[in-house]
Design a protein around this ligand. Structure first.
Ligand code: FAD
Length: 353
């Protein structure tokens, strides 16, 4: 069986490794070089607790500082598996692993919409792992793609190189309320030292009038006393509503191309990784129920997260956060891991009772 994969991000590389291990003939096409042009805060949070991979330059995050007009310190237990890491090195390692399992990694090869029909003739399956722009989207129902595009949320980010060791194991988040969104500062290890950080701003809703993201970002940076010198600003949208049809003939959508990012915080590395994994298992066992089952669990997760977003929009962050704090949802305990399924359910129950 011959499988073509478009895009060497977390989704494409994971699918490639698993299919390579299953002795399939796998070709992965990457428009640039593996690990190039990544726009990401490089925070890794494994919601499903299913991912067991080495993360280069891993920094375990033990505290979340969330700020609106107040300051909330949320401890993250050691069992919480919340890290920052070097995503470029990680993807290069994944590509090496794929090559080890016989995958042909073809770099500097951009697949165009017009190539898809001929690729469908050449391959038994074509996995679209091309990220947010989804090179095969025109093959999927127009209405679904329209909704997907409507829910693309804007972001901007700088990677700042300086000593961030005072942050140690802490990430900082400043919440916006109108519309909901947040500023983030994720410290990162490089060569063993915490000497860089990803600093960015993203929105989570377009309901109210969108602010000028760049000017809001500049104001926050000034207030936080973060100087920007010659860092390159990066921006890109985050897909927060998925395309319902994941498959069209031989084409299968994965990761961002399907729209698998958290509507509440925009994270999508874990779901991209797992989507690649479950697509590979589905192809291997010739049973797409495996992928569908995974997508159902993602839908449930995103449904719960969307409820929180609606509450945030309706009541503002302050009322939600103070209530969660008062109800003991930020207490430091190994069975109280913020942003996991059990935590969300507990938090929802406490918010409404
Ligand atoms: C500013 C920002 C910060 C983020 N921070 C986080 C975070 O901290 N944690 C988290 O979990 N998620 C984060 N995300 C989301 C996360 O980056 C994505 O969900 C994740 O990268 C999706 O993986 P993927 O493999 O589906 O797609 P991608 O990582 O986008 O990979 C797609 C690959 O396909 C290639 N490609 C694209 N088009 C073509 C083509 N036509 N032909 C060939 N190759 C092509 C690209 O070059 C790329 O290598 C962030 C997103 C943004 C925008």
């Amino acid at each position: 069986m011959k499988i073509g994969i478009i895009g060497a991000g977390p989704a494409g590389l994971t699918a490639a490794i698993e299919l390579g291990k299953a002795n399939k003939q796998v070709y992965i096409f990457e428009k640039g070089r593996v690990g190039e042009n990544i726009i990401c805060a490089e925070g890794f949070f494994d919601y499903f607790s299913e991912i067991h991979v080495e993360l280069p330059e891993k920094l375990q995050i033990r505290k979340l500082i969330v700020q609106d007009d107040k300051n909330y310190e949320i401890p993250l237990p050691k069992t919480g598996k919340f890290y920052t890491f070097d995503r470029k090195k990680w993807q290069l390692n994944l590509a090496d692993k794929a090559i080890f399992h016989g995958v042909k990694v073809i770099e500097n090869t951009k697949i165009d919409k017009k190539d898809i029909n001929s690729l469908m003739k050449d391959f038994d399956y074509l996995i679209d792992a091309s990220g947010v722009k989804g090179v095969t989207h025109s093959f999927f129902p127009k209405e679904e793609v329209k909704i997907y595009r409507k829910y693309l949320m804007p972001t901007i980010q700088y990677k700042i190189k300086k000593d961030f060791s005072i942050y140690k194991d802490t990430i900082k988040v400043i919440l916006l309320n109108d519309p909901p969104g947040y500023f983030w500062l994720f410290p990162r290890k490089s060569n063993g030292f915490i000497n860089l950080a990803n600093v960015g701003l993203g929105l989570l809703s377009k309901k109210n009038q969108l602010p000028n993201l760049k000017s809001v970002f500049s104001q926050i940076l000034a207030k936080e006393n973060i100087q920007i010198t010659d860092e390159k600003i990066m921006s890109g949208p985050i897909p927060t509503k998925r395309i319902r049809h994941y498959k069209h003939k031989k084409i299968i959508l994965s990761g961002d191309a399907l729209g698998l990012c958290s509507p509440l915080h925009g994270g999508g590395i874990d779901t991209a990784y797992l989507s690649g994994f479950y697509i590979a298992k589905s192809i291997e066992k010739e049973d797409f129920i495996i992928y569908e089952k995974f997508l159902k669990s993602v839908d449930l997760r995103f449904f719960i997260e969307r409820v929180f977003l609606i509450l945030w929009e309706k009541f503002g962050s302050h009322r939600i956060l103070s209530r969660l704090k008062n109800k003991g949802l930020f207490k430091d305990s190994p069975d109280n891991i913020p942003l996991t399924k059990n935590w969300y359910i507990k938090a929802l129950l406490r918010l409404v009772t």
